[in-house]
Design a protein around this ligand. Structure first.
Ligand code: CAA
Length: 262
């Protein structure tokens, strides 16, 4: 898809400074095919480059955030196809280069690549009907979009092994208890909750929001000493921003801060 072409499998809209991407392959429960993942990457990168956007939400339908990578498409792939074509890495991982926050608002099934996509987002807000799982083992494969790495970091080894080896699903309550999701809300409140969180984030200074995201990702992806050093340097660097002066002056003078994102 070129950037000029309207996407087929996603809907894109804005709510104030929030960019919302809705996965839209309802008949296939939002199964993630190559075109959809390319469209998602293009949309997120466009929001990331847009000065009018401060935060993004990725969501699906009530029945499915996404039921996984498209099994019908994968059924005939050979090793040569996926290796030479750099399957997953080529377009699924675009989201990893997005520097503004991305919230996953999940209702219904988030399975296989759907669970992995949610975990690639910065945090997950779930509806009470959400169900997470890595059922790839039932298909004679394993999770291939980071599930074997991000799931144990999120829920610990024992539960990650349980999910990856048995293919069972976790409901929203278990997912929150395990630390995979940050909040669980009634289904009809999901988008209000996600938009509320996103709009709150948009009110803060964008450089500090981006630095916080980068630092937490260091904790998730690297070791403690390097992570703390990285955080310290980012913390120091934020004293060079106008927004640090504004935020602290506003506190000291008991007024509301007005951030310029600079
Ligand atoms: N790929 C392609 N099509 C899918 C799909 C997927 N991952 N998941 C669901 N669909 C399709 C079904 O084939 C069905 O299509 P038809 O109506 O044309 O038959 C339609 O969506 C509705 O699905 P069901 O009739 O199965 O709906 P259900 O409510 O009975 O069951 C479900 C829902 C439990 C999610 C079931 O669809 C299911 O088990 N889906 C597959 C889940 C899965 O294995 N995901 C992992 C994929 S592999 C992967 O993701 C690799 C990776 O790590 C990158």
């Amino acid at each position: 898809m070129s950037e000029a072409t309207a996407p087929e499998f996603i809907n894109v809209r804005t709510e104030g400074r929030v960019g919302v991407v809705t996965l839209n392959r309802p008949k296939q429960l939002n199964a993630l095919n190559d075109q959809l993942m390319t469209e998602l990457g293009v949309a997120l990168k466009a929001f990331d480059a847009d000065d009018n956007i401060g935060c993004m939400i990725v969501t699906g339908s009530e029945k499915a955030f996404a039921a996984g990578a498209d099994i019908g498409a994968m059924a005939t792939y050979t090793f040569a196809d996926v290796y030479k074509g750099d399957y997953i890495t080529r377009n699924w991982e675009t989201i990893r280069s997005v520097r503004k926050p991305v919230i996953a608002a999940v209702s219904g099934f988030a399975l296989g690549g759907g669970c992995e996509l949610a975990m690639m987002c910065d945090f997950i807000i779930a509806a009470d009907n959400a169900r997470f799982g890595q059922p790839e083992i039932k298909l004679g494969i394993i999770p291939g979009a980071g599930g074997t790495q991000r799931l144990p970091r999120a829920v610990g080894k024992s539960k990650a092994m349980d999910l990856a080896l048995t293919g069972r699903m976790m409901d929203a309550t278990e997912s929150e208890r395990a630390g995979l999701v940050s909040r669980v809300v009634p289904l009809d409140k999901l988008m209000d909750e996600a938009l509320g969180a996103a709009l709150q984030i948009c009110e803060f200074s964008l450089p500090s929001v981006m630095a916080a995201k980068e630092c937490v990702n260091r904790a998730f992806e690297g070791g403690l000493a390097d992570g703390v050093m990285f955080e310290r340097r980012m913390f120091h660097a934020l004293f060079a921003t106008d927004d640090q002066k504004e935020g602290m002056d506003a506190f000291v003078n008991k007024r509301k801060a007005v951030f310029k994102h600079s």
